[in-house]
Design a protein around this ligand. Structure first.
Ligand code: G3P
Ligand code: MG
Length: 291
């Protein structure tokens, strides 16, 4: 595609007007990331939720960020009992992944210091444990129920066949849930985005980028047929934001927890910001009062 963004980009017209707050992996500063607890806590605080997907060994799209299960679950303790030696998501079937506790790690790790600071409520969190690794199917059903837009980030599985299998599984689940209008697909792997466009031209896509911009940025985004550019904070200067917006595309920047930087980016014309501290009031308060 070389002209203006196509009808998939109406996705952005359907969002609430004003600065777009995107809850990064859910409300991950106060709840275990990418779980239904984190997504539920994001309701009313954001205009969209971002989550990450990978493939289980039996080809199911599951909501996990890392390649390994180690950081966000008790897989290291459970694996031997299930006859597993690998801790990679792709080596576990869905039924095995569902045996894991993907929530209690948060109490120990306190990754943002919100438990220590008293911002997050340890007692309330305990009542939500354990959390299970969610399938994309479950999260889509939840999102349709709550009419919550989702940015589904397809992780690069570093294998073309598996990447295509992941994209196919994601698109199939989105169609099954009739959630196309609620979904924005993104990836750092731009070939995969092209593949998604081929599979499902009506679903909006966004190009993630870190390190450096693609050469001929605007032409490159247009040729991908994406509706939005998702640069890292380091790449998001005013000139780039202006250029992408002038091309009729949206810009969402990750991951911005500093309220001053959030304001700068919105003032520069950014559509949205990903944050670990979502707050629907102003988009500038990094510590909502009741996590
Ligand atoms: O989609 C924005 C952001 O999630 C990309 O980085 O590593 O947090 O998935 P990461
Ligand atoms: Mg992500």
């Amino acid at each position: 595609m070389t002209g203006q963004p196509d009808s998939s980009c109406r996705f952005f017209d359907r969002l609430a007007p004003g600065p777009l707050i995107i809850a990064h992996r859910g409300f991950r500063a106060c709840f275990p990331e990418n779980t239904l607890a984190a997504f539920g806590a994001s309701l009313g605080r954001c205009g969209m939720i971002e989550l990450d997907v990978r493939l289980s060994r039996d080809g199911v799209a599951v909501v996990v960020h890392d390649r390994l299960l180690t950081r966000i679950s008790n897989a290291a303790q459970v694996a031997a009992g299930l006859g597993l030696t690998s801790l990679a998501v792709c080596d576990w079937r869905l039924d095995q992944l569902r045996r894991l506790d993907a929530g209690s790690w948060f109490l120990q790790a306190d990754p943002f210091g919100t438990l220590t600071d008293g911002i997050a409520d340890r007692g309330r969190l305990r009542t939500m444990l354990p959390q299970r690794i969610a399938s994309l199917r479950e999260v889509l059903a939840w999102a349709v129920f709550h009419r919550m837009p989702l940015n589904i980030e397809l992780k690069d599985l570093e294998n073309a066949r598996l990447n295509e299998q992941l994209a196919t599984a994601v698109v199939r689940e989105v169609a099954r849930a009739r959630a196309g209008a609620l979904v924005l697909l993104s990836s750092f792997n731009h070939s995969l985005l092209r593949f998604c466009r081929g599979l499902a031209p009506a679903i909006a896509t966004a190009a993630l980028q870190e390190g450096r911009h693609p050469s001929d940025l605007i032409d490159s985004l247009r040729s991908l047929g994406v509706c939005a550019y998702h640069p890292s904070d380091a790449l998001a200067d005013s000139a780039v934001i202006r250029a992408v917006r002038a091309a009729g595309l949206h810009v969402n920047v990750f991951t911005i927890n500093d309220p001053v930087r959030q304001r700068q980016l919105f003032a520069a014309g950014t559509t949205g910001i990903f944050t670990d501290f979502p707050d629907n009031v102003s988009g500038t308060n990094p510590h909502p009062p009741d996590c």
